[in-house]
Design a binder for this molecule. Structure first.
Ligand SMILES: N[C@@H](CCC(=O)N[C@@H](CS)C(=O)NCC(=O)O)C(=O)O
Length: 218
């Protein structure tokens, strides 16, 4: 039995959407980050780092998005979430790692600047700087989509949607929270809307009750 601990709108959306599309039997379990459930038992026993996502299989708790995406891909290789060709696979993992280790933490500076400094004025400066930086990364993401489309590829890592597309959706949605109007990047925004229409992604959006565009002005 597989369980996925997720929080609505968080990065856990990526493995959540993959599991939903995979056909694997799993139980989604919601963690309320705004209530601090990630820092309390019983969740803390599963991930002492106090972060979602956590995937539990046969009683073993696994974490980190990149690792979970590889794990889900290994459980159902026939779904083609990641390319099988070694070079294409490494390229996909390289882009996934960049989203996870660069773009994602930049949003953490926007959303939780208190993690990086305890002075509220400094937090404001951290947030302001990170919002601009995040915009540059959204430009890079849009370029990535445009590059794949110019090669006749509708998705970010091959013939079907996968973790890169689900992450692009999450990061674009976060950008809209940070004050980046998604419509200002039409290639990326159109792509994200297409990703959102895929059945497993659509069901995940529904379960997490997400509004894709949270932009309310910069
Ligand atoms: N590198 C981690 C990042 C996980 C992460 O940042 N999770 C956030 C949600 S997007 C979280 O649980 N934050 C709760 C907190 O920091 O208190 C991964 O890939 O899983």
């Amino acid at each position: 039995m597989i369980q996925l601990y997720f929080s609505p709108g968080a990065c856990s959306f990526v493995p959540h959407a993959l599991l939903e599309e995979s056909g694997l039997v799993y139980e989604p379990i919601m963690v309320k980050l705004h209530k601090g459930e990630q820092n309390a038992e019983p969740f803390k026993a599963l991930n002492p780092r106090g972060q979602v996502p956590v995937l539990v299989q046969d009683g073993v708790a696994l974490n980190q998005i990149v690792a979970l995406c590889l794990h889900i891909d290994a459980l159902c290789p026939e779904r083609g979430f990641l390319p099988r060709d070694p070079i294409a696979r490494t390229q996909a993992l390289s882009n996934l790692a960049w989203m996870n280790n660069t773009v994602h933490p930049t949003f953490t500076h926007v959303f939780m600047p208190q993690k990086f400094h305890d002075d509220t004025q400094v937090q404001g400066a951290i947030r302001e700087f990170a919002v601009v930086q995040f915009g540059h990364y959204l430009d890079d993401l849009q370029q990535m989509v445009a590059h794949e489309q110019s090669r006749g590829q509708p998705w970010l890592s091959g013939d079907r949607w996968g973790p890169l597309d689900a992450y692009a959706l999450t990061l674009t949605r976060w950008g809209s929270i940070a004050g980046h109007d998604p419509q200002q990047r039409p290639v990326l925004w159109t792509h994200v809307q297409q990703v959102a229409e895929q059945p497993g992604v659509a069901r995940t959006i529904e379960r997490e009750r997400l509004n894709l565009n949270m932009y309310r002005g910069s």
